[in-house]
Design a binder for this molecule. Structure first.
Ligand code: NDP
Length: 436
């Protein structure tokens, strides 16, 4: 806390990991003596830079850009870029720390990193977003590379922003290399990447239910967010026969008691990605639905919950409402959406709970596959990639089982399982390198 004052998100993420790793390494002197956990909590490197750009009225604007290179013990730094007015160094340090464990869990050779800016893309014209992205990459390009650090998208950074940044990198370096993932299919992107995080969070929950001989079909699901992760989680849920009844954004949530079907979801995708509108507009198109301004959807009765918007969006009282209303399983599409108090409620109630570093690892897994395709200059087909994504999620689930269950107890602690499985590989690599 003294070394990272005021970084509450970062403290929260480290605390959650330390709570399970410290007991695990008690009888393993090799990890304790090498102080591996302490070393993991100190990022390898943090860069911060000025991003200067011009708005449509000719005003000069200044934002701050960052890249947190947390750990590259098992592969190049890898993790998204977030553009949101709330972004601070603490946010990015927590995300980079989580990413290190998540990337390890995928089984692919990727280290952990994260970056972004306090730039707010909302209300900006397309050209303003372009000029910002170009200015951002003009600073970032000297710190990244296909074998060094490969950023991707995150909140506020989708296909459009990746395109502008990739184009600027190409212009600056005169090289066409896989320095970003989430690219368009025309210039080195991978099929299934767009869908991967949302689909993966649903696959995780499917595997959790399977352990209890249950399935997704016929269940009611509450989803928060209406961005990339939320919409593709909803798509997979609908495909598997669930009824999705909510979506949200930072202004509130919509509740459609009849369920959001494929046509309604297509409307939402167009609304958010093309028209760049607000989720409240859903009720003008579908009047049976209601909009709840300034609220989150956790008090709507459901069997399954998918927080897919942002960190700390599901508090202790929300978790209590979910449990009281009969929710049986939670899969986190967003990063650290549940507060520590909320997690405790789920675990005490012994409901199935998959933390983000396991549940939303599908996105970075397919990003890893995008890197492989770029290196080999080939493209795999959709069937192949879907199969690989499904297998990776199954492996993550099984790794959580291995380290998350006590003999004689049928409750699976997916938090402990994911932390330990993610930790082992990174820790062993760090020990192999000696003290560096
Ligand atoms: P998008 O930008 O596509 O969507 C974000 C959604 O969350 C929007 O609906 C947004 O609403 C809402 N949101 C953002 N901030 C807040 C807030 N403070 N309160 C309430 N709602 C908010 O981002 P993604 O879908 O890509 O990311 C969502 C989450 O998933 C993040 O936690 C991200 O880190 C995580 N994630 C994403 C991956 C990916 O592949 N995209 C991979 C792994 C994790 P509004 O439009 O009003 O801001």
């Amino acid at each position: 806390v003294r070394r990272n004052p005021g970084e509450s998100d970062f403290h929260q993420a480290v605390h959650e990991v330390a709570e399970t790793i410290i007991p695990y390494i008690q009888d393993k002197p090799i990890y304790k003596e090498a102080r591996v956990l302490e070393r993991m909590t100190e990022p390898d490197r943090i860069v911060s830079f000025r991003v200067c750009w011009e708005d449509d009225s000719g005003n000069v604007r200044v934002n701050r850009g960052y890249r947190v290179q947390c750990n590259n013990a098992i592969g190049p730094y890898k993790g998204g870029l977030r553009f949101h007015h709330d972004v601070t160094l603490s946010t990015l340090k927590f995300l980079a720390f989580e990413q290190t464990f998540k990337n390890s869990l995928t089984g692919l050779p990727m280290g952990g990193g994260k970056g972004g800016s306090d730039f707010n893309p909302k209300g900006k014209s397309d050209r303003e977003v372009m000029r910002f992205c170009q200015a951002f990459m003009t600073q970032l390009f000297r710190h990244i590379g296909a074998d060094t650090d490969v950023p991707a998208g995150d909140i506020g950074v989708g296909a459009r922003e990746i395109g502008y940044m990739f184009g600027q990198h190409k212009r600056l370096t005169n090289e066409f290399t896989g320095i970003l993932t989430g690219k368009g299919l025309e210039y080195g992107g991978s099929l299934v990447r767009t869908e991967a995080t949302g689909f993966g969070a649903v696959y995780m929950l499917e595997d959790m239910l399977k352990v209890r001989s249950q399935s997704i079909e016929g269940k009611t699901a509450v989803v928060s967010g209406s961005g990339n992760v939320a919409t593709y989680a909803s798509k997979k849920l609908i495909e598997l026969g669930a009824k999705v009844v909510t979506l949200s954004d930072s202004s509130g949530f919509i509740h459609d008691p009849e369920g959001i079907d494929e046509d309604k979801l297509a409307y939402v995708l167009d609304l958010k990605n093309v028209k760049r509108g607000r989720i409240s507009e859903y009720v003008s198109e579908y009047p049976q639905a209601s909009f709840h301004a300034g609220e989150r959807p956790w008090h709507v009765p459901c069997d399954l919950a998918f927080p897919c918007a942002t960190q700390n969006e599901l508090h202790e009282e929300d978790a209590l409402a979910l449990v009281k209303n009969g929710c049986i399983a939670v899969s986190e599409g967003a990063n650290m959406p549940t507060t520590a108090g909320g997690v405790e409620v789920f675990q005490k109630a012994r409901i199935m709970y998959a933390p983000s570093k396991a549940a939303n690892a599908g996105g970075v897994a397919v990003s890893g596959l995008e890197m492989s395709q770029n290196s080999a200059r080939i493209s795999w087909d959709e069937t192949n990639l879907n199969r690989q994504l499904r297998n990776i999620m199954q492996t993550i689930h099984d790794n959580c089982l291995e380290f998350g269950q006590d003999p004689g107890d049928d409750y699976i602690d997916y938090v402990r399982g994911a932390n330990i499985a993610g930790f082992n590989k990174v820790a062993n690599a760090m020990i192999a390198y000696g003290v560096i």
